[in-house]
Design a protein around this ligand. Sequence first.
Ligand SMILES: [Zn+2]
Ligand SMILES: [Zn+2]
Length: 350
Amino acid sequence: MTTNATTVPAYAAPAAGAPLERTTIPRRPVGEHDVMIDIKFAGICHSDIHQARDGWGTGIYPMVPGHEIAGIVTEVGPGVTRFEAGDRVGVGCLVDSCRTCDNCAAGLEQYCTGGSVGTYNALGKDGEPTYGGYSSHIVVDERFTVRIPEGIALDEAAPLLCAGITLYSPLRHWKAGPGKKVAVVGLGGLGHMGVKIAHALGAEVTVLSQSLRKEADGLKLGADHYYATSDESVFEELAGTFDLIVSTVSAPLPLDRYLGLLRTDGAFVNVGAPEEPVSLNLFSVIGGRKTLAGSGIGGLPETQEMLDFCAEHGLGAEIEVISADRINEAYERVLASDVRYRFVIDTSTI
Ligand SMILES: [Zn+2]
Ligand SMILES: [Zn+2]
């Protein structure tokens, strides 16, 4: 057991909006219930960029982003029961929570009301800043560590820890499956996993994208239909069609029009959100008893269920693996929607 903090290499934003650069950070000693993970791959999530640039005004610097972590356990604390050295594991958006509120008790740690701790850009219960996956190692409590089954390559698994679970959770909650018509709005890092998972769950899947630019990809990923929402007639053609629509976009959408695409009792679920408040006409949900909802990542039990499901169905993310010195370039490409569909950092290059 490591009794002293270790210093490990990482890539950090030294200040809000500054390019990321190589540095070193401390990792806490391996505690009673901790595992030390040799990080192999870390996905680049859109929110990494947002936080590195202090988009929410809550940045703690230097900031080491990364909450799509896949690696190998190298060391475990004496109280660890579920993992041993050599295990393939992942860490997502959370590294701690209150563990006692109703939501934590129900395995919905993402909705912890007593204070959950983000994998980076947060303060741990020890008062120290948390540092994310753009580094060589991380120490995490086993409760917030999940197992990556052999069926998924670690690089393709990394994005499942945020993008995968963000889509899996609402698809499961609103019962995407055989006989259900599901639409995914936006075909990016989140949306492409939504298409794969909804298809594997047995739903009839439609992509609603701004243009037909990625249509061939969408169909290959498992979509049955693909429509460009820039074509106004689509909203008439598809009116009353879907049981479930999951929106992954952060641009403000004309909600009344999208709610018109739902059938009776259908749900429109946001996993992406614009920064500004939105408005809608409530008659859009009154007629047809529709639901407008949101969903955020997933709890630890469901994240494990998602990884097991993806392994069983041979699902991983579509990725472009990069070396760490290309992180800043990758950020620009993500902002320009120039990635199909997730950048993953080979952390051996940090
Ligand atoms: Zn994320
Ligand atoms: Zn809690």
